[in-house]
Design a protein around this ligand. Structure first.
Ligand code: F6P
Length: 319
């Protein structure tokens, strides 16, 4: 292994820059040449590839977004696109690739692995939905962004005695909504992993009103339905004043938390070690604060498990 590449793909996540920095510096520390591939798989297909030096990743550990930029690339889902990608890697003399991203990015890495090119997946997504790791890079920062928003919304909700529905990202996973709802003291959390019962939600709102609680926060994961749709369902059942806040892409931005920076540094560096050890086709993760790695092809067949005990707890705490 003499030359390695690194790319970020799919939805960006705070901490991706810290992961790029770790890949570049760890690679150079081990006398490798490291190449940055810009705009994810799109840049790979188009050969937008440049050598990165120690200084290329200076002053980025604290920045959100990704200096390599990111893209969603439908062409890379085709065998022709994947073949073009492998040709570009070979043309640049790159022997191994680190892919930082979510499940779509992992599918690209899986395809390259199946074509015989050594790839390592590093989980970078605010959704926390990658199997084989308890946490993904960006989740902690996004969680803190959502909590900050909930705290602010709570102020105005209590002043106006309103019920707020806060729509949170996460694609098909409820992690962000569940963690933010629990940390933000939401009365109700609606996630795709568990069916919701509207009668029970209304009952909880009414019980709150009976004990003179005039405002409430309902966190709805986007994977269930939009906040607006959920508001309509509630208003069909009871006559309360409701407002909807869709947090949107602010959840993807901002300076990464210390937790995300450390996680990104550890995972990025481990990915390089695996390539040096000649172990392609793996994904790295964190379990019980220990670094782990596992077969990327097998991992994509598994499903990420949300901690349902936390969901149960959130219900117990919001009686
Ligand atoms: O995967 C990250 C994510 O932010 C999801 O939470 C969300 O569903 C999606 O990406 C939004 O994608 P886009 O930025 O392409 O609209």
């Amino acid at each position: 292994m003499k030359r390695i590449g690194v790319l970020t793909s799919g939805g960006d996540a705070p901490g991706m820059n810290a992961a790029i920095r770790a890949v570049v510096r760890k690679g150079i520390f081990h006398n490798l040449e490291v190449f940055g591939i810009y705009q994810g798989y799109t840049g790979l297909i188009n050969g937008h590839i440049e050598k990165l030096e120690l200084g290329s990743v200076g002053d980025i550990v604290h920045r959100g977004g990704t200096i390599l930029r990111s893209a969603r690339c439908p062409e890379f889902k085709t065998p022709e696109g994947q073949q073009k990608g492998v040709e570009q890697l070979r043309k640049h003399g790159i022997d191994g690739l680190v892919v930082i991203g979510g499940d779509g990015s992992y599918r690209g890495a899986k395809a390259l692995t199946e074509l015989g090119f050594p790839c390592i997946g590093v989980p970078g997504t605010i959704d926390n939905d990658i199997p084989g790791t308890e946490f993904t890079i960006g989740f902690d920062t996004a969680l803190n962004t959502v909590i900050d928003a909930i705290d602010k919304i709570r102020d105005t909700a209590s002043s106006h005695e309103r019920t707020f529905i806060i729509e949170v990202m996460g694609r098909d996973a409820g992690d962000l909504a569940l963690w933010a709802g629990l940390a933000g003291g939401a009365e109700t959390i609606v996630i795709p992993e568990e069916p919701f019962n509207m009668d029970e939600i209304i009952e909880r709102l009414k019980n709150g009103q009976k004990r003179d609680k005039k405002h409430s926060i309902i966190v709805v994961a986007e994977g269930v339905m939009s906040g607006t749709e959920f508001a309509k369902l509630i208003q069909k059942e009871c006559d309360i004043e409701v407002r909807v806040s869709v947090l949107g892409h602010i959840q993807r931005g901002g300076s990464p938390t210390a937790t995300d920076r450390v996680l990104a540094s550890r995972l990025g560096a481990r990915a390089v070690e695996l390539l040096i050890e000649g172990k392609g086709g793996r994904a790295v993760g964190i379990e019980k604060n220990q670094l782990v790695d596992y077969d990327i092809i097998e991992a994509l067949g598994r499903k990420h498990q949300l901690d349902l005990n936390m969901y149960k707890l959130s219900k117990e705490l919001s009686i």
